[in-house]
Ligand binder design. Structure first.
Ligand code: UDP
Length: 538
């Protein structure tokens, strides 16, 4: 049996007997393949067939039991990228009795998390698609602790950022290729398959042009819990006391260059009276970059995956993203979306080169570095003349790649002007104050009393008690919203009130039933839930 898996010894014969008798047991969460994560006992994997195997026995369980819908299009997404057809998970089925004729299973004793990395060579993808989803999938299931083992099934080699994946658990992650060395039939004692998408904020444009996800569910708090974990694992302490403020310019050294970087650094230092340093993935260790960024007042960088490192900026810091000529910053917003997540507390500024004189293009490079020489002449000319890349789908649009891989001479006065419009005084980290916002509970004990004056006039006196949680909170401003709706009507009259009672007389008719809806509002925009509707008859 393999070295790698032998740390926790298991009783081989007992394990084999359990597999033969119990078969595979699967219970999943999620209603669709796009939000499903499955927990398995005795899920197997044939390294020859490169297929997962589900063994049926009298005791096996398969929930959901989808029948052939399991292939429409798949049981679940193996990566955190939604519904991508290269990232589907499924298994083939066999009766447990077939095990008699198969290679002897090798058991994986560790609790396993089985998933695909989406693009492990690109830092944005590493954090957004893999590390954050892996971390929060592990948070979701308590047996996925630091002793769990990650299995990456996408088929890539380790990649340049593999050290980051290693931080998530104490065990070495295993790649699909490595499984072959362990045996012909691997059986995972306990495993989870799939990744939580709850932390992702961006869709890359596979079905519609790229942009923020429609329903973002993550806030700066969860992002920062994750970065805190990563920094602990990297042995980086948050230096609260360090007094010197500075700006980081994150440069690229291979392509999409800032051509006048020295001039830019000097100008920033002068304008903001701050030390300004430059870092790059090629010249600095990942830890050093995190250490520097986690205390920086401002991060300035060309659009590109390295900007995902603003995850590590302190609250109150400023992100300045530079866009090459003809690239509309509004159309490419992974880093803007990140910086402006609620509770990230970062200030985001985009600058675009609008001067053709200041751009250097590379039409003769290979297509994947933005070359356009392979296109027909008319198309090349159209692209070269165009002043803005039209919205497009991922990932091979030649006009986009051509513009994305330009080098830029940054127009310093124009950049400083844009930054100055947003950052009036000194940029810099805020003292870490908790800025979480709490919502009111329902108002309580709502009552109404009607009085009728004559045949055409009536009054409705409504009163209620404060939400229960308000007793324990300091809230700057407490208001109540009351809707009065005549029964059977679609419209209602809304009121914003400061007190816990009010007598309504406008448009109140005698001998009518009114529905009264009341909710509490903290600080103008924190809307609580409506209390149960109050029925009032005049
Ligand atoms: N990269 C870099 N320096 C360079 C070019 C690329 O550090 O000069 C990094 C980049 O941050 C990303 C990876 O290499 O992590 C792939 O870059 P690419 O240009 O393909 O993607 P993009 O940055 O546009 O997302």
């Amino acid at each position: 049996q393999s070295q790698e898996l032998s740390e926790a010894q298991i009783d081989y014969h007992a394990a084999l007997q359990a597999l033969v008798e119990n078969g595979t047991r699967m219970v999943c969460t999620g209603r669709m393949h796009t939000d499903r994560i499955c927990r398995f006992e005795s899920l197997c994997y044939s390294t020859e067939a490169e297929e997962f195997v589900y063994f049926h026995s009298n005791s096996s369980v398969m929930l959901p039991n989808l029948g052939s819908r399991r292939f429409q299009p798949a049981l679940l997404d193996l990566s955190s990228v939604e519904d991508h057809n290269t990232q589907y998970f499924n298994f083939v089925e066999l009766p447990a009795a077939a095990l008699k004729f198969m290679p002897k299973p090798v058991f994986v004793p560790d609790v396993a998390l089985i998933a695909n990395r989406f693009n492990p060579d690109n830092l944005m993808h590493v954090f957004h698609d893999d590390l954050l989803p892996l971390y929060y999938t592990m948070q979701q299931f308590s047996d996925l602790d630091l002793e769990a083992r990650l299995f990456f099934m996408e088929g890539w080699s380790e990649g340049v950022h593999f050290d980051l994946y290693k931080l998530l658990s104490n065990k070495q992650p295993l790649l699909r290729e490595e499984l072959k060395t362990l045996g012909r039939l691997l059986c995972f004692t306990k495993s989870y398959v799939g990744l939580s998408k709850i932390t992702t904020w961006y869709q890359y444009g596979f079905v519609q042009p790229q942009g923020p996800k429609a329903n973002i569910l993550v806030s700066g708090n969860e992002i920062r819990q994750f970065t805190k974990f990563m920094m602990q694992k990297l042995n980086i302490s948050l230096e609260e006391s360090s007094s010197e403020e500075y700006i980081v310019v994150f440069s690229r050294t291979i392509n999409r260059l800032i051509l006048n970087e020295a001039e830019l650094i000097l100008a920033l230092a002068q304008e903001f009276q701050m030390k300004t340093i430059s870092v790059s993935l090629e010249e600095h260790s990942f830890s050093d970059i995190v250490r520097l960024i986690s205390n920086a007042s401002m991060l300035v960088s060309m659009h590109g995956a390295q900007l995902v490192m603003s995850l590590f900026l302190p609250r109150g810091a400023t992100v300045v993203e530079l866009f090459p000529y003809a690239i509309n910053p509004e159309h490419y917003t992974p880093y803007k979306t990140l910086a402006t997540l609620p509770g990230m507390d970062l200030q985001y500024i985009a600058w675009q080169n609008t001067d053709k004189e200041d751009t250097v293009t590379y039409p003769d490079r290979p297509w994947d570095q933005g070359g356009i020489a392979h296109l027909d002449k008319a198309e090349q000319e159209r692209i070269i003349k165009s002043t803005e890349v039209p919205r497009h789908l991922c990932c091979r649009n030649p006009e986009w790649l051509f513009r994305a891989y330009q080098d830029t001479k940054v127009n310093i006065p124009s950049l400083i002007h844009v930054i100055r419009q947003a950052v009036k005084t000194k940029p810099g980290p805020k003292k870490q104050k908790w800025s979480g916002s709490l919502y009111p509970g329902k108002v309580r004990d709502a009552k109404c009393q009607a009085s009728v004056q004559g045949t055409s006039e009536a009054k409705l006196a409504v009163s209620w008690q404060i939400p229960w949680n308000l007793r324990y909170l300091k809230v700057r401003e407490v208001k109540y919203e009351v809707w009065i709706q005549e029964q059977g009507e679609n419209t209602y009259m809304p009121y914003i009130l400061s007190h816990q009672n009010h007598t309504f007389s406008e448009n109140i008719k005698p001998f009518t039933i009114y529905l009264v809806w009341i909710r509490c509002i903290f600080n103008k925009n924190l809307l609580g839930p409506f209390a149960d509707v109050l029925l009032c008859s005049t």
